[in-house]
Design a binder for this molecule. Sequence first.
Ligand code: SIN
Ligand code: MN
Length: 285
Amino acid sequence: MWMMMMMSRFNRLIQPTMHDAFRGPAFLTKILRQYHSNGIDPTKPLSIINPWVVKEPREATLMSDLSTTREILGPGMILLRNFISVKNQVDLVKLCEKWGLGPGGFYIPRDRNGEKLRLQMMSFGRNWDPVTKYEKPFRSDGSKPPPLPFELISLAESAIQDAQAHLDGLPSMHPDICVVNFYSPVYGRLGLHQDCDESSESLQRGLPVVSMSIGDSAEFLYGHTRDASKLESLYLESGDVLIFGGKSRLIFHGVNRVYPHTSPQEFIDQIALKPGRLNLTFRQI
Ligand code: SIN
Ligand code: MN
């Protein structure tokens, strides 16, 4: 009886059809999509902190930071591994949670076909949307993005300075916008695209994009063409900063998958970020 009740709840939750049963992986995608959006009320802000887990504040001295290492990936492209200290990663999550819950906070955007992206998004400084790009200062719900906090600008600029010390010819960049994405593990991903909505001056000068990773690790794909057989793969971890400017400013890139349970222990000891990956991308318009 209990088993039958559970099965009927499950059926109501995912509402499979007989047709689904013959579609194989498509059926699994449907379950994941419904699970992902289940319980998300579009009128309510989306939180990235797990409300059921209480963290006791610990002494900052207990946090160990690995030293930063650098990998030059191409002209104008560099990966700064462990650039963001654990304390700064925790502070960034708190900042994104604070602003993400307010007006202009996290929402699930749609692409130009009306399909939901497999992530939550918000932006600081300027409004950017996958369809309307930078055209509209306000979102469709009338909300305005929060201002770009000084701490974020300063962290992005210090990453560029570090990169410039190790890579020739990387221009400086003063960010106007920070787009924040949150990807759930297993389901979260972002298709291959170029960041090409900025001004022609910004693009021609190759002003770098600065991309910060926090939480679970991800497979990041990139290449100079869309050709899937020529894409390079990077494993991005919490605290890493990827910078692409100069001749690599218009690389195609995307997030292929997020690996569950890969957040560093010293980070999740400090903050109950929901399982998943937070990405902060800075650009100058
Ligand atoms: C993006 O390209 O907008 C985000 C990339 C990432 O999450 O690493
Ligand atoms: Mn991008």
